[in-house]
Write a protein that binds this ligand. Structure first.
Ligand SMILES: *Cc1c(COP(=O)(O)O)cnc(C)c1O
Length: 639
């Protein structure tokens, strides 16, 4: 790493790799703060993240906070639709593109409304996968031109809702996930005398690669086999409803890491479509599902948290792939539907939290002055610490120190040395290791066991958030998310650390980070100053992370600020809306507590102590109010 004195923001870029994962939305500014460009086609709007943090503080909003950039959402909606439209034009593809946003990826009303609004010029629609989502989508998707796609397992009520939506003039397509759903749909449609639009989901033989490869293939949870698809088509024909079959659907998994899986699925899907067409089922739509990945770790590879392609290539493979097969098979080009969720929402939101303390793996140590009758292990270790500056053979020092430490630990258990002597030996040991680490910085070759010193000597920064609420996938599936400071990036970050949250769970930590050399167990951060708060951002949390979190330890949903860009504003942004996170009373109520009776019972206890003279009446009132205010308050640490 370059020296501290001439540290530049370019050096910070090498550490945090913002350009690689930031997709043009995030960049380190020359002033050392993170900058946001919500609309990459209008670089005049540039938001300094420090100004956002200042405004959040001024508004009295407590951290941790979810920050949503609505204009990033809008940009992603436009980008996906325009990329499809342009590619369709270039390829002289005869069908159009009609995308839908699957709301399970982020169902926040404000998020869905923004997507619908930004998607209106493209007739961008919505997808629902459950009854609750369908009810939301029916209320929000008011554009008669756009599609509503219904996936997931369905009951009678679900079918009735879908048919109601048809009655109201919506292009609502029920996608059949298993054969019995078709029987139910046909029956319900005849009862209500409403003509449905029907899709079938194929299981496909091609599997996606990555964490979600189980979404395709023979053992897939959803979809029909080829023979079931043929049976379904014939069943509809028998019931005089062959024309209702309008869409072929497949979804081989989310976060597809390898473009080859996309190409293969398009070829297979296009073949099934062509065959059905030639059998007389003139489907209008082919829906290629989701799966467009996000480069979370910036490696542009087939790592689980990355992908080896970009949006442009993904779209080209779909459009050209479909065209090629259809031309060969001599069938019309269908309207293309895709269900990208992750790619639409991941970038728009992030979690901002303050570091509330540092935990050193080996503490502060104690004084190590020689004592008169000290054990020889203490003297030996002290001697090592004295000769290290004159010694060239660091390996030898490292070996000896490690051996003495192990011997000391055994000696303590055998009551040969005292706790104080053991503490002295450990203090000296870590001092020696810090010196070894310092001297190895410029070494060309570092033996393997000594490479681990960087990790052993790293700190843990305690952050005011819960991994289980805000970054569930980092815990559940080892998802990598970019983490970085929001300020001071013109200073060298001198503390190697991993991050821990405030839950009472040792799994509540982040210890996989993007680094110059692939994934690292620690990330360099700046030293904490007593007179300055230090804020970190956890990025690309807008897809799934935002809505999948749980209430482990009763840490609830976060306060949110919704940021809009504005050219005329001196800071290029304003906070359009603030959404309160969960209060303690909210999360307790979900667990069946009754906060007002809790307050009553504590008040009764306090009153009892007042009556007995153990608490003064004034004090009693104060404590009662205090308890009630804590119930109304935020679940996270208060600064
Ligand atoms: C989850 C899901 C999606 C969204 O996938 P992304 O990878 O987030 O784009 C689309 N379609 C179906 C059927 C899904 O289950």
């Amino acid at each position: 790493m370059p020296k501290t004195e001439n540290w530049t923001v370019e050096d910070s870029e090498n550490v945090y790799r913002v350009k690689r994962w930031g997709a043009g939305y995030f960049e380190i500014g020359q002033n050392g703060n993170l900058h946001v460009t919500p609309d990459p086609s209008n670089k005049d709007i540039r938001i300094d993240f420090k100004a956002v943090v200042e405004e959040i503080k001024q508004e009295g909003i407590q951290f941790p906070v979810v920050v949503r950039f609505h204009d990033i959402l809008r940009s992603q909606v436009a980008l996906l639709n325009q990329t499809f439209q342009q590619t369709v034009k270039e390829a002289e593809y005869q069908g159009e593109y009609m995308g839908v946003y699957p709301i399970k990826v982020n169902q926040m009303r404000e998020v869905v409304e923004e997507i619908v609004d930004a998607g209106a010029p493209f007739n961008y629609g919505l997808e629902a996968g459950s009854k609750a989502e369908l009810l939301a989508v029916m209320a929000l998707n008011t554009n008669a031109e756009s599609l509503t796609i219904l996936n997931g397992y369905k009951d009678h009520e679900f079918m009735q809702l879908a048919l109601l939506s048809r009655k109201l003039g919506r292009k609502t397509i029920v996608v059949i996930e298993k054969f019995s759903e078709l029987v139910l749909l046909v029956k319900t449609a005849k009862e209500l005398n409403i003509e449905p639009l029907i899709g079938v989901r194929s299981k496909m033989t091609v599997k996606g690669r990555g964490k979600w490869e189980g979404s395709g293939g023979d053992r897939a949870k959803f979809g029909l086999t080829n023979s079931e698809i043929i049976n379904a088509a014939r069943y509809l024909k028998e019931h005089g409803m062959a024309d209702c079959l309008t869409l072929l659907h497949f979804h081989i998994g989310s976060q597809l890491t390898d473009i080859r899986a996309v190409k293969e699925s398009i070829t297979e899907g296009a073949m099934i479509y062509s065959e059905l067409y030639r059998m007389g089922f003139k489907l209008k739509y082919v829906d290629v599902g989701g799966g467009l990945g996000i480069d979370y770790d910036g490696s542009q590879s087939t790592n689980d948290s990355s992908r080896n392609y970009n949006m442009q290539e993904y779209v080209a493979d779909i459009v050209y792939g479909m065209k090629q097969v259809c031309d060969l098979e001599d069938v019309p080009h269908p309207t293309l539907v895709s269900e990208s969720g992750r790619a639409i929402t991941a970038h728009h939101s992030c979690v901002v939290t303050e570091v509330v303390g540092a935990i050193k793996s080996h503490g502060a140590g104690i004084a190590t002055d020689p004592a008169e009758d000290e054990h020889v292990l203490v003297s030996d270790m002290r001697e090592l610490s004295e000769i290290i500056d004159r010694q060239d053979n660091l390996q030898e020092i490292f070996n000896d120190a490690s051996q003495f430490k192990e011997q000391a630990s055994n000696a303590f258990k055998l009551r040969v040395i005292s706790l104080e002597e053991l503490a002295k030996i450990e203090t000296l040991y870590w001092q020696i290791m810090e010196k070894v680490q310092f001297r190895l910085k410029d070494a060309e070759f570092v033996p393997e066991e000594m490479q681990e010193l960087d990790f052993a000597l790293s700190s843990q920064y305690l952050c005011n958030f819960s991994v289980f609420q805000s970054a569930a996938d980092t815990w559940a599936i080892d998802q990598i998310l970019p983490v970085m400071p929001l300020t001071r990036m013109n200073e060298k970050p001198t503390i190697n650390c991993s991050l821990v949250d405030i839950t009472c769970d040792s799994d509540g930590k982040l210890d996989q980070f993007i680094s110059e050399h692939g994934i690292s167990n620690f990330v360099p951060m700046h030293n904490l100053k007593s007179d300055e708060d230090y804020y970190l951002g956890l990025f690309l949390t807008g897809a799934y992370q935002d809505v999948m979190g749980d209430m482990h330890n009763l840490f609830g949903r976060l306060n949110e600020v919704h940021i809009f860009s504005h050219d005329d504003d001196p800071q290029d942004f304003y906070i359009e809306e603030m959404v309160n996170g969960s209060s303690v009373a909210d999360v307790l109520s979900i667990m069946q507590y009754n906060p007002s009776s809790m307050a009553k019972s504590v008040k009764k206890l306090i009153d009892g102590h007042v009556a007995q003279g153990q608490i003064k009446p004034r004090e009693g009132v104060k404590w009662t109010d205090f308890y009630e205010n804590c119930l109304k308050g935020y679940t996270y640490l208060k600064n």
